[in-house]
Design a protein. Structure first.
Length: 383
């Protein structure tokens, strides 16, 4: 956030910064969705609605989960929230007590850590930063679980790594977690952004015993380019969803009525734009990752999902760039911003020192410009 603020300040001063900090699609929300929102406003759909979500949206989500994910949830087992972020937070507030532990694979999306702490919980990391493919393994997971562990957060496709867990990998992790009776919070917000042979598998689809312990988190931000509309959802066992709904009713009285009408259209209307955006991301993924791998000192796995590239930049550390000595990923990102006008997020923010997160939700022209600047920056490094 700090680097994003600095990048924005530079842009305000007229500096041409290529900003890779905030991960959101650069596409506009499809027109049919916007029109549904217009219609909602014009028809006066502007009043309080049920706190757990519009009944028609809860039904639309239940239908989507059945059709896309092979999950059988009734609308009562679905909570609509202000973005997946709030759905996650409501879920954690329901499942966690003071002193409980949440098990989180690293590299992780940074909000899991803060949300868990807001709940008074501790975080136990499954450190996958040293594995070749940045994937958590059942062995690492078992080693992280303690007597106090209560929930495991899974995020496939993953922000920041782009890792997509296969059915077998997911099953092995779930088995290890269920052996210890953990709840599973399965954040599947990037499910539609998978590439090559990768397939998204929903945790809760792996059998009835698993389903009983899983809360599935998802939302419309990434799939439908709707980050500003703030619609996400949780689906899970009724006692969890009902408790989360009661909490939400006192916190926010539920999500925005107009955005919820638009979300029904997003889920039930034409879906072509989802595939069009995915294909565009796929092309940019190659452009960015292949370009990053040509940089001296940088090595990047090909992500199979989401829209992030997470190169290992340790080869750029321990060097000087201009007057700056760069020893860690934060200093590297600061130097990149000041000297190459490229804003990216240090891996330390995701529990992975030495890495840097870029995203490819950017135009080809921006990606090419950034790669050229990165090339000049890397070449200028001195021991
Ligand atoms: C892994 C992950 N989960 C959840 C979210 C939150 O999405 P929303 O906009 O629905 O709150 C994000 C957004 O960046 C994300 O990257």
């Amino acid at each position: 956030m700090a680097l994003n603020a600095r990048a924005k300040a530079l842009v305000a001063e007229g500096v041409d910064v290529v900003n890779f900090t905030i991960g959101e699609p650069d596409f506009d929300t499809p027109d049919n969705i916007k029109q549904a929102a217009h219609l909602a406003i014009q028809s006066g759909f502007t009043k309080y609605q049920p706190a757990a979500g519009l009944p028609e949206l809860r039904r639309a989500v239940a239908r989507k989960l059945a059709a896309d994910n092979g999950l059988d949830y009734s609308p009562d087992e679905v909570l609509i929230s202000n973005g997946a972020k709030q759905a996650l937070y409501m879920t954690m507030l329901v499942l966690l007590q003071q002193g409980d532990e949440v098990v989180v694979p690293a590299p992780y999306w940074v909000s899991y850590i803060h949300q868990a702490r807001f709940c008074g919980a501790r975080v136990a990391l499954v450190d996958a930063t040293g594995t070749l493919d940045l994937k958590p393994t059942p062995e690492l997971l078992k080693a992280a679980i303690t007597e106090r562990s209560r929930a495991l957060v899974l995020n496939s496709p993953c922000n920041p790594t782009g890792v997509v867990l296969s059915r077998d990998e997911l099953r092995a992790l779930l088995e290890a977690a269920l052996e210890k009776d953990l709840w599973i919070i399965s954040d599947e917000i990037y499910e539609k952004l998978v590439y090559d042979e990768a397939e998204h598998v929903s945790s809760a689809s792996l059998g009835p015993q698993v389903r009983e312990r899983v809360v599935t988190i998802n939302g419309l931000s990434k799939t439908y380019a709707m980050t500003g509309w703030r619609i996400g959802y949780a689906a899970g066992p009724p006692e969890v969803i009902q408790a989360a709904g009661r909490l939400q009713s006192h916190m926010t009285s539920g999500a925005d009525s107009i955005a919820q009408r638009a979300a029904v259209e997003a889920l039930e209307g034409p879906q072509e734009s989802v595939e069009e955006m995915r294909e565009a991301f796929d092309e940019r993924r190659h452009l960015l990752v292949e370009g990053l791998n040509e940089l001296p000192g940088v090595s990047c796995l090909m992500p199979r999902g989401a829209f992030y590239a997470f190169p290992d930049c340790r080869g750029l550390l321990g060097r000087s760039y201009g007057s700056r000595r760069v020893e860690n990923s934060l200093e590297l990102c600061e130097a990149l911003l000041d000297q190459a006008q490229v804003a990216a997020v240090p891996g330390s923010a995701f529990g992975a020192e030495g890495f840097v997160r870029f995203h490819y939700a950017k135009s080809d022209a921006d990606i090419k410009k950034a790669l050229e600047r990165l090339g000049n920056f890397a070449a200028a490094g001195q021991d």
